[in-house]
Design a protein around this ligand. Structure first.
Ligand code: RTP
Ligand code: MG
Length: 228
């Protein structure tokens, strides 16, 4: 009788041992899986943060280069200057949009934004705010609101200064032949195209006429054939 009880007890103890082992094994597997998942997510977040740091760094390097802060030069930064070029109402009416665009394209500049705008007086007042006290200002506003203008952003190496040279002098009679004003017009109050006169003014004018989302960022397929 006492022998039978002992055998039963042994059987029960055996079952208990098996259950305990199973429990132990399951806990071990759970701990292992948890550790593995945690390690994976740590690695992922490290990779992501290092990528974002790299991007930040690239941006800051380009910013430094743009400001000429450390004397670095790269094709990318040299070619990122932008100018606001606007074909005035007479240029649009006289079908000169294509000719003017062609000159900037042929030179090697890159078109990054363009639209036709019937500009309100308030926008033009802000655009030409430096001329607000000039006697010709009311005449200028009337001229500039007389029809749609073609607003553009052109990008490339020294596009601001070069764009001004391509336009020619404000008074078309003093503009050299070969320039846009020298070739296409006669009167200061009908001088068909505007170009920013400094990099600072270019950025100010671009932000007046365009939302950032309207300006494209892309690498032209001609890039390596234009820049050495
Ligand atoms: P824009 O800003 O249009 O590119 O011309 P700009 O720099 O060559 O000349 P700016 O002095 O800024 O003058 C802006 C525009 O005003 C008209 N204007 N009329 N004496 C006059 O009647 C006179 N002077 C300037 C021109 O249309 C000039 O482009
Ligand atoms: Mg001007």
């Amino acid at each position: 009788m006492s022998f039978q009880r002992t055998a039963k007890q042994t059987k029960v103890a055996g079952k208990m041992n098996f259950k305990l082992s199973l429990l132990f094994l399951c806990s071990f597997v759970l701990v292992f899986v948890h550790g593995f998942v945690k390690a994976q997510s740590n690695i992922k977040s490290q990779v992501l943060s290092s990528r974002s740091e790299t991007r930040k760094h690239q941006r800051s390097v380009v910013d430094v280069v743009k400001r000429g802060g450390n004397g670095l030069h790269s094709k990318l930064s040299m070619s990122s200057e932008r100018s606001y070029i606007m074909i005035k109402p007479d240029g649009v009416q006289r079908n000169l949009v294509g000719d003017i665009i062609k000159r900037f394209e042929q030179k090697g500049f890159q078109l990054v934004a363009m639209k036709l705008v019937q500009a309100p007086e308030e926008l033009l007042t802000k655009h030409y705010e430096q001329l607000a006290d000039k006697p010709f200002f009311p005449k200028l506003l009337k001229y500039m609101t007389s029809g749609p203008v073609c607003a553009m952003v052109w990008q490339g190496k020294e596009v601001v200064a070069t764009g001004r040279k391509m336009l020619g002098a404000t008074n078309p009679l003093q503009s050299e032949p070969g320039t846009i004003r020298g070739d296409f017009c006669l009167e200061v109050g009908r001088n068909i195209c505007h170009g920013s006169d400094s990099v600072e003014n270019a950025e100010r004018e671009i932000s007046l006429w365009f939302n950032p989302s309207e300006i494209c960022e892309y690498k032209s397929c001609q890039f390596d054939w234009v820049y050495e």
